[in-house]
Write a new protein. Sequence first.
Length: 391
Amino acid sequence: MYYASFGLLALIIHIIINYGILKIRKANGEALQLSYKNFLSAVMAYYISDIAWGFLAEWKILPLVYADTVIYFVTMALSVFFWTRYVVTYLNRGGAFSKFITVAGWVIFAAGLVALVINFFIPIFFSFDAEKHYQPRRARYLLLGILIFFNLATSVYTLNIAHKSEGNERLHHRAIGLSGIMMTVFIVFQSLYPFLPFYAIGCLLTTCLIHTFVVAEDKHDRHIELDSAKSMAYTDSLTGVKNAHAYAEAIKYIDKRIEEDLLIDFGVIVFDLNGLKMINDTLGHETGNKYIKNASSLICNQFKHSPVFRIGGDEFVAFLEGCDYQNRTSLINAFEYRMEQNQNNSFIVIADGFAEYLLDQDSCYQTIFERADKKMYERKKALKEMQKSNS
């Protein structure tokens, strides 16, 4: 019971910390995740066989003890084999040594299976005496010795690569290399003390170490990469403000808040750049792009706490909430005054139109936008008339 209790505890911890990897399906997983899942599955099978061996050896049910002992060594060899496969997949280096590890792993595993088959006829691996006590044989020590050498060679190879790496990659490679060495040490202890669960301890410590310093870190790095990719996908490359894709997503969110009666203190400003077509036609698109970027900066600097979207070539939209909404009148008046001054001095001119959300009138975002867009065109017309009168 004492022997089996540790294996049971190790199995529970193993499932808890590695549940996310263990539930990955082959169709959805990446090669590295599937490779690590194979190792975790082999370790889990080893724990189960180790637990069963503890009970069966105590009850002395010889046929079942014999069968479980065979499974015990198969799952141990599988765990080492899949561990080295995971290391090769993680390093992704290719080369002669990686090929050697892959081929050698298959050869060692096949040789172990052959030895266990021979053991049915000639006890070269293990046997049981007249009192049904387990007796290790030479082939057991030979297989464990080979596994020790095989695992150690893989670990040294990994640490050598870690030495040549930098940053998080070095940390991850060191964690994998040290984990392999730790497994090797516990295989040594297991070979010397066959009635103590040393290899189970080694596997538990290894999976905890890999989970903390490799799997969790890789997951964090992937989240950062996904966030970065998402940010790029929703950012206008020219101006740096949110683009039309982000605008479409924002509209869905606003509509949902309206539907759930959660939208309060919200307004929309529609902007349109005056004179962009003439600049493009006379001075070229490069100058036109600079005009758009400078106009975007003017909008963002005036409405600093509002998300700004570029929804077309010369069209922008800002959502006013919070302090910008509270100060909307002063902000808009100051912006419009500046545009009038800019027009007199032949600087950037932007027409704007503002509309706020009306609880009893607006059933969706589009109605707010349409009012703001109408006011923007009225403002655009007024600016042109102002320009004519000044000239």
